[in-house]
Design a binder for this molecule. Structure first.
Ligand SMILES: [Zn+2]
Length: 230
């Protein structure tokens, strides 16, 4: 703030808090001198959220004591530090091999942020959207995150899955695509053996290697109705 801006600020302050008003010419000049000494490098207002008048108003509202220039200076220091804390250095446009130019640009940007001449360069903490488009295209081409060779190797460890995939490739009905009406296994889960004890309660719930025949029929019917609909 230059002396003219300081004088304007003091007039504003005098309106909000008449105790700070100086009517004597010499006193007023001393007051301007004092404020200018402490607030010479604090801007009156920036385009990004700082206004010395806001600081004065906030003080008058919050405190019974007359505001001192150091109160405004402290508020500015905090405002400036907050901005820098949110700032992440953008990559300078200068040639990275030119260390001096690189450093000067980096510091220049930081200085401009601290002085309120430009907004902080903020990084988004959470990125939005799905995976990289390249990854997505590749996944679409392969159809799975597991490469085909590895998938074939794994098939002996997951016979149910392998059988479903084989059925899909060969266009046969996939019994696991539908719910089993016999053992009530939900879609996607293999059939279970239901053993009924003599008392009528269920005994055991072993997984069956093959689906119940009625489930296969249901799957065939579902596939048929799908094909005739298409
Ligand atoms: Zn079943």
């Amino acid at each position: 703030m230059d002396r003219r801006e300081i004088a304007g600020l003091l007039a504003y302050m005098g309106r909000l808090d008449p105790r700070t008003m100086r009517t004597d010419k010499n006193e007023l000049r001393d007051q301007v001198d004092q404020w200018h000494e402490l607030l010479g490098d604090v801007p009156l207002a920036t385009d990004y959220g700082w206004d010395a008048r806001d600081a004065i108003r906030a003080h008058v509202v919050a405190s019974p004591y007359p505001i001192l220039p150091v109160d405004v200076a402290r508020k500015w220091t905090k405002h400036s530090a907050d901005r820098l804390a949110r700032h992440t250095d953008p990559t300078p446009a200068a040639d990275p091999d030119d260390v001096l130019a690189w450093r000067a640009e980096l510091l220049g940007t930081r200085h401009a942020v601290a002085q309120g001449q430009r907004p902080p360069n903020e990084q988004r903490a959470i990125t939005s959207g799905g995976p990289d488009p390249k990854v997505e295209a590749r996944l679409r081409a392969i159809g799975s995150v597991i490469p085909p060779a590895v998938r074939a190797d794994l098939s002996r460890f997951r016979p149910t899955r392998a059988a479903r995939e084989a059925a899909a490739v060969e266009g046969r009905p996939d019994p696991l695509a539908v719910r089993c009406e016999w053992c009530h296994a939900p879609a996607g889960e293999p059939c279970h053996t239901r053993r009924i004890g003599l008392d009528g309660g269920a005994r055991g719930n072993a997984r069956r290697a093959t689906p119940h025949p009625s489930r296969l029929d249901l799957a065939a019917a579902a596939l048929h109705s799908q094909e005739s609909a298409a």
